[in-house]
Write a protein that binds this ligand. Structure first.
Ligand SMILES: [Zn+2]
Length: 63
């Protein structure tokens, strides 16, 4: 990303073209996982802290 503003989870330009674009490698264990699958993402937190908030609906876009 070209600026440091948080995106609130909303894509800011780059869009995946294929399923492989959703895959990443865990920097802790080195295994690959699909970033669209929350259960897989949470397995690779490896005891780190996650900030979670409750809200209704998708995040609103910043203007
Ligand atoms: Zn991992």
């Amino acid at each position: 990303m070209s600026d440091d503003k948080p995106s609130d989870g909303i894509p800011t330009g780059w869009e995946p073209k294929a399923d492989i674009d959703h895959l990443t490698i865990c920097s802790t264990c080195g295994k690959g996982y699909d970033m669209r699958k929350l259960d897989e993402v949470l397995k690779h937190v490896h005891g780190g802290k996650i900030e979670m908030i409750e809200t209704f609906g998708p995040p609103t876009r910043r203007q």
